[in-house]
Design a protein around this ligand. Sequence first.
Ligand code: G3H
Ligand code: 13P
Ligand code: ZN
Length: 316
Amino acid sequence: MIVTTKELYQQCYGKYAIGGYNINNAEQTMGLFRGNIESKAPFIVQISKGARSYTHKKMLEAMIRAADEIFPEAVFAVHLDHGDEETCYDCIESGFYSSVMIDASHLPFEENIAVTKRVVERAHAKGISVEAELGQLGGVEEDISVDEEKAHLTDPKQAAEFIERTGCDSLACAIGTSHGAFKFKGKQRIHFEVLEAIQKLVPGFPLVMHGSSSVPEEEVKRINAAGGKLEGASGVDPSQYLPAAKLGVCKINIDTDGRLVWTRVHREFFRDHPEVFDFRPIGKVFMEEYAKFIASRNELLGSAGRLDEVRAALSK
Ligand code: G3H
Ligand code: 13P
Ligand code: ZN
């Protein structure tokens, strides 16, 4: 059952967070749905611009529709990740996406508001939720001064004004995390005080945490032992997911960790089976491992075990 992110956030706000997981191919799609069904969690399928052009945007759509039939118990939103204005309109008109992200965070404040507002109007006319972004995620260099670091983070007062003026349904905030496998260089950390300040100004409003992969040490070790080169990789401490959820974070984005599972499984398999050239045996291992990984993340997010109550609430 495809629902909007807004509907999911009404269920989880302040209690737990829902995983925003990116997909690009059939194996990820199967693993994702299996993992969420096995752990009984509602979830958000995220599709980036890069994913839409990897095979074809219609291919991903068809795979998700098929997964919805294969797993009729699933409750999920279909969300465009980091969209520009044109891609948002394409997804809104497609009749398939239930949620889009307009990422105009690189633009000056007033322009970000103007673009976001236009997308909100078009999306809301079709019952589609909109996530926007304010602040600069990542790109924060090592050992910069406290003032410089603060300038990249979301300003809570601006966030409240932005939400009020755009009418967006959720806001991605820059609180110190960054995309990819190399996070938190130097003295950087998650700025819970920014989340707290935003929650005080806009209580009940859903926030989103991007760049939330945990980059497990063990995974990196195994990848490197099997020929990889990921020295110095590090991520978010996953025990911080639930405290963030209590402060209004409703979606926690995890993509890099899934890529690490893929890399570890494939590197180890081809190291240990140099004679094999059939991709199906390893594809099966990946789907199993990815499903296990998703279930383990849902436990940490607090979304595991919530599927029945969410379905009951949203089926009314
Ligand atoms: O935030 C970006 C996501 O991890 C998606 O990455 O644009 O390479 O598909 P991508
Ligand atoms: P990670 O790179 O930490 O997985 O973040 C993914 C993300 O924010 C997708 O929008
Ligand atoms: Zn992101």
